[in-house]
Design a protein around this ligand. Structure first.
Ligand code: ZN
Length: 123
């Protein structure tokens, strides 16, 4: 748990200029995903714009994964969070924005973040 928080803080500084607000991090034992960022879309008035709120980062600890996969999963989810917290609209779940950020971080950090992992049906 502290391990995931520590990585979140480190990557936030290293790759996102510290721009990501802290959010609750929960460990999950559910099947079907390695990581997930959930949030709700809310509008503050009837015809107002939707705003993404109540973010939660979930990291799956059910399967014993190599450390690097866990780290890349955290980064993968942080990209989703980065896009959603900025209220950006991507072309799809892993669209142009997502892929651009993924490529940037993979290059800067010599990492191997991927769209999906064989073990998961993560979205
Ligand atoms: Zn994803």
């Amino acid at each position: 748990m502290e391990y995931i928080q520590a990585h979140f803080d480190e990557y936030n500084r290293q790759y996102f200029g510290g721009a990501l607000p802290t959010l609750p991090i929960k460990l999950s034992h559910a099947r079907g995903f390695l990581g997930k960022v959930t949030f709700v879309k809310r509008r503050s008035w009837l015809f107002g714009p939707y705003k993404n709120e109540n973010f939660v980062l979930r990291i799956n600890v059910r399967i014993d994964l190599p450390e690097e996969v866990v780290q890349d999963t955290i980064l993968h989810e942080m990209i989703h969070y980065y896009i959603a917290v900025n209220q950006w609209k991507d072309t799809s779940a892993h669209g142009k924005l997502f892929r651009a950020e993924m490529a940037r971080i993979n290059k800067e950090g010599n990492r191997h973040i991927r769209i999906s992992y064989r073990l998961s049906s993560e979205k």
